[in-house]
Unconditional design. Structure first.
Length: 278
């Protein structure tokens, strides 16, 4: 199968062919997502929450992202991979921003980067695009700004806020972003933004009117994620219980001696010389 391109994604929007995106953070998750036919994999900085156990995405470093992106790239060699630029690795001067994005692509092996922010980072986006780096925007609830936003709440409920989000989306498109993520935005506003842009809008907690959807791997699988009970998440499996039960059975087998059995054991014919001297 062939890796999707940003042109193909734009065409999918025109043809109302929904784009499916899931996060992945390592070789097995990426391999399974690719085998399942996912369109795009996002190495989200949500790995800070669901893989590294932090409360927010703020502690995630560029090295964390590069390390996880490399594993994902090995697991999904035919899937378009977007990787998040972590907190404070962009918007801190043009040269640093470019170098950090380049690192994610060259060392990590991503095909594109994602940045949080709207009009305020549009110049950075334009510079990255000019340098040949495909950029995905991310507006609405932007977790790297959680302390500034005052919590994880739905964005765009007030007229003024909604107007700003629409302007941010347009600014990102004008700056050359190939797509944007809209997180935790009311359905009417997300639909309006999707209809106002020619680039694909990927929603998470943004309702039915977007051009595609993204969810976090650990959330949809109930894989030790603290977030799978969120309203906007649909769970498709209970991997957490499956794993816990499997390990409980293993522990019990070790305690009772049911494992290892004869079939797991190697019967040596040879007798060590030392045995004779016992
Ligand atoms: O880090 C992440 O997983 C994300 C998605 C939720 C869009 O940014
Ligand atoms: Na993210």
């Amino acid at each position: 199968r062939k890796r999707l391109t940003i042109t193909a994604m734009k065409k999918m929007k025109q043809e109302r062919n929904a784009i499916s995106v899931v996060t992945a953070y390592d070789y097995p998750s990426a391999k399974l997502a690719e085998e399942a036919g996912i369109d795009v994999i996002l190495v989200g900085d949500s790995l800070g929450n669901v893989v590294l156990g932090y409360d927010t995405t703020i502690p995630v470093t560029i090295d964390d992202i590069v390390y996880h992106t490399r594993a994902v790239a090995r697991g999904a060699q035919h899937t378009f991979i977007v990787a998040d630029m972590p907190f404070m690795t962009y918007g801190i001067g043009r040269e640093s921003t470019l170098r950090n994005a380049a690192k994610i692509m060259q060392e990590g092996g991503a095909q594109a980067v994602k940045l949080e922010g709207g009009a305020d980072i549009a110049e950075d986006v334009a510079a990255l695009v000019k340098a040949g780096i495909p950029v995905m925007g991310h507006i609405g609830l932007t977790p790297q700004s959680v302390h500034q936003l005052g919590g994880y709440k739905v964005q765009g409920k007030l007229d003024q806020e909604a107007e700003r989000l629409l302007q941010d989306a347009k600014a990102l498109e004008e700056a050359g972003a190939f797509s944007i993520v809209l997180e935790l935005v009311t359905e009417p506003l997300a639909t309006l933004i999707s209809e106002s842009l020619s680039i694909p809008v990927i929603g998470i907690g943004a309702g039915r009117g977007c051009d595609g959807q993204v969810l976090v791997y650990h959330d949809i699988l109930q894989y030790a994620s603290p977030y799978f009970e969120k309203k906007f998440v649909k769970t498709y499996a209970d991997i957490g219980s499956t794993i816990r039960h499997a390990i409980e059975s293993y522990v019990a087998d070790v305690k009772t001696g049911a494992f290892p059995g004869e079939e797991h054991s190697f019967q040596a014919q040879a007798k060590p010389a030392a045995v004779d001297s016992l």
